[in-house]
Design a protein around this ligand. Structure first.
Ligand code: ATP
Ligand code: MG
Length: 736
């Protein structure tokens, strides 16, 4: 009956058995915090203290809650339903459906996405005296959201929140926005929690009902709760006259969501709010080998703001391979090397599903996806869409398609009102009718309607402009090549600006994805060839079942574990991210380091870290320095290997790679142990033609030019009829 308790160590068992009263488990990665929570859940059930639906269990990601309910089902040997298990938002939505009328909504309310939210805000602001140049709608929405995250309704803002005259106006907009939401029977994500908080505060009997109902509260990833989540938990846990049965588990070293309002301070607050709390520390790590843990500990030691704790590998007999750190020439070789390693490991008996590639930003998946598609390796993207399925990528490709194939109706429909041009369903119907009547493609129908003055006002101006732009783009392709032509189109039509002005959290990532797409187009000699490549990729049906390589961001990987983990792109500026450091200085750097710590500690048996000396950013090759995080881990736990050929180092002339390697801050990988050996190469280097600087060349698109410099198979060429461009040597012919 209590067999499951025997699988725990003493400290874990204490945390599981202390079901009554508040408990805080503060412990490092892989020490079994989530295991403690799931076992505690089962223990409460099996010892008859509560029914499954009397336990409130908060997890951070959907993946984690799925894993948790599976673990629980396994422990109690039967499937379970009706659990209060999931993210804060999911649980609040479930509660709000039942209580919606108390905040003026009906139970079938809709939950708005960011697009809808922004549209509402834009409808409201013209009524207020606010300068949208200095305070754009996105900023206003961001401020309202941050107020919601802190638990402020428009009526009860703390004085410190309305310290400027603008904030006072935004408070009024906040009010008007909430009225509009109510009229629409809708709420946004922030409202899910805030409404429930307000209901709890106004209707004590409802709060008491839930307080009585939830006899036990369990919270995973506690370090990443924000203020309102904390207040909500505290309200539910504080039953009058009784001690709260709340158990929170967390790790201050894994706090990675401060940019969304999460507060590490909540950990300290817990001890204050629940003075009788039992604090339990777990120090044995059951997940990773000693070398992986050693590397993780050394790295996180560089952070100053820590509560501090130690980690020991529980199983010292585990095969203990050193963490591998690879230096590669460029980002293409990085994806090639990692995919080759994956193939080898799979041949050695590892499952694809036991491998993960974790990256700093979502846009980094692209080269890996392409390589895996080429090799036929099965993969999936956790917590996101495959690169070419993302909305912004589909939009941008639709623009390219309508340029290349003016009769592509689907592409036109996708972009005709993105960004908004006032083309609603009525106008679209008109275009469709004209197309049918005259039996012509939609784009031609637009032309027809414009010429015959059958579209009016804003639609006329905007569509005329779009048609002109498409024409100009086609001409530009002839004179300047497809890369700069498409770049021009997406900027001139306002598409890029649309995302630049969008201050939502996702917007920056979308812009990065578009840059990544430009880079992909640059790898093809013409737009048509690129689009052909895309249609093949999009068609790629994956029939390999569940055993797939996992690709995801480091943020999405929190709480998960894999036998084999690859961490690519450890380069200054990319990781740690320059943007985070610019915006939040040392605090930002420490959060980046925690993110690196999360990444390292996902690995059970083998860990590969890599950095590329050159990465293409916005179609331009740039040299990059290894991440400072690499230097923060000593040779004791790592084996450094350079896959860069000496000739590659020598051939790099501008902004030289060897310079960056001899700088005092970053020591050369070669000098730290392993030396480059050709037999280690399991990938083929790009075949480069020998085209010395000074040569005259001819390029299919750009015409004649003079080579300024070469780096491996990439040439910097000053074209006679254009400016300096970087091209791949196989696309040029040498002139005598
Ligand atoms: P993270 O901080 O990354 O979320 P965690 O502290 O939640 O990690 P778990 O995911 O619960 O750690 O556990 C890590 C691994 O160690 C899991 O595979 C778990 O099954 C295993 N494990 C935990 N405790 C024990 C134990 N006492 N004996 C054997 N294995 C254990
Ligand atoms: Mg966990």
């Amino acid at each position: 009956m209590t067999e499951y308790l025997n699988q725990l160590n003493n400290a874990q068992r204490e945390a599981v058995e202390a079901t009554e009263g508040p408990v805080l488990v503060l412990a490092g990665a892989g020490t079994g915090k989530t295991k403690v929570l799931t076992t505690r859940f089962a223990h409460i059930l099996l010892s008859g203290k509560a029914y499954p639906n009397q336990i409130l269990a908060v997890t951070f990601t959907n993946k984690a809650s799925k894993e948790m309910s599976e673990r629980i089902a396994h422990l109690i040997q039967q499937p379970i339903e009706g659990l209060w298990l999931g993210s804060f938002h999911k649980i609040c939505a479930k509660m709000l459906r039942v209580n919606a009328q108390l905040v003026g909504l009906s139970s079938n309310f809709t939950i708005l996405d960011t697009d809808d939210q922004l549209r509402l805000i834009k409808q409201i602001i013209p009524n207020y005296l606010i300068d949208i140049k200095t305070t754009p709608p996105q900023l206003i929405l961001g401020i309202i959201q941050s107020w919601k995250d802190k638990g402020f309704s428009y009526g009860n803002l703390a004085p410190s929140e309305k310290n400027t005259s603008e904030k006072v106006i935004i408070q009024e907009i906040y009010h008007a926005y909430q009225i509009r939401l109510q009229q629409l029977n809708a709420c946004d994500f922030g409202d899910l929690m805030l409404h429930m908080m307000n209901i709890f505060n106004q209707y004590p009997e409802i709060l008491q009902k839930y307080q009585r109902y939830f006899r036990y509260i369990l919270v995973d990833e506690y370090q990443d709760t924000n203020t309102i989540q904390y207040l909500w938990l505290r309200l539910l846990a504080q039953r009058s006259g009784e001690v709260a049965n709340i158990c929170c588990v967390g790790d201050d070293d894994q706090s990675i969501y401060s940019w969304r309002g999460a507060e590490i301070a909540n950990i300290l607050r817990f001890e204050k709010d629940f003075p009788e709390a039992k604090i339990i520390r777990l120090e044995e790590n059951y997940r990773s080998t000693q070398n992986i843990l050693g590397a993780a500990s050394e790295l996180i030691d560089h952070n100053s703001e820590r509560l501090g704790k130690s980690l020991q590998a529980a199983n010292k007999e585990l095969q203990n391979e050193k963490v591998q750190i690879a230096s590669v020439w460029d980002s293409d070789e990085e994806s090639r090397l990692i995919c080759d390693q994956i193939i080898h490991l799979q041949k050695d008996g590892y499952r694809y599903g036991d491998m993960a590639i974790l990256m700093r930003t979502g846009s980094q998946t692209r080269p890996f996806e392409e390589r895996m598609i080429t090799l036929g390796l099965p993969y999936k993207i956790i917590g996101g869409l495959r690169f070419y399925e993302r909305a912004e990528i589909r939009d941008a490709i639709a623009y390219m398609r309508i340029v290349a194939q003016p009769n592509d109706n689907l592409a036109l429909e996708r972009i005709i009102n993105v960004p908004r041009r006032g083309v609603g369903s009525v106008a679209l119907q008109k275009i469709h009718m004209a197309a049918r009547e005259l039996d012509i493609p939609l784009l031609q129908a637009v032309d027809h309607l414009l010429i015959n003055n059958m579209l009016k006002g804003k639609i006329f101006t905007e569509l005329t402009q779009l048609m002109n732009l498409l024409d100009q783009t086609r001409k530009k392709i002839e004179t300047e090549g497809h890369i700069s032509a498409i770049d021009y189109l997406l900027n001139a039509c306002g598409y890029i600006d649309m995302w630049k002005q969008d201050k939502s959290i996702e917007a920056a990532g979308r812009l990065e994805n578009i840059k990544e797409l430009f880079q992909a187009t640059a790898e093809f000699p013409s737009l048509v060839e690129f689009l052909e490549h895309i249609s093949l990729i999009m068609d790629n049906d994956d029939l390999s079942g569940d055993d797939k390589i996992n690709l995801m961001t480091l943020h999405a990987a929190k709480g998960l574990e894999f036998n084999i983990v690859f961490l690519p792109g450890w380069e200054e500026g990319l990781f740690p991210s320059q943007r985070t450091m610019d915006e939040s200085g040392n605090t930002g750097l420490e959060e980046e380091r925690r993110l690196a710590y999360v990444g390292i500690t996902r690995a059970k048996q083998r860990l590969f870290i890599s950095h590329a000396a050159n990465r293409q950013i916005y179609g331009q090759w740039q040299s990059s320095l290894p991440s400072r995080f690499i230097d923060e881990i000593s040779d004791k736990y790592t084996k450094k290997t350079s896959y860069i050929k000496q000739s590659q180092q020598r051939s790099f002339r501008k902004n030289t790679f060897s310079d960056s390697y001899s700088s005092p801050k970053f020591s050369s990988p070669q000098s730290q142990g392993a030396s480059y050996s050709p037999s280690k190469r399991t990938y083929s280097a790009p075949q480069s033609k020998n085209i010395p600087a000074g040569s005259r060349v001819f390029h299919q698109k750009f015409g004649h030019g003079t080579v300024l410099s070469t780096e491996n198979n990439k040439l910097e060429v000053d074209f006679d009829k254009s400016d300096i461009k970087h091209v791949i040597d196989s696309f040029v012919t040498l002139e005598s």
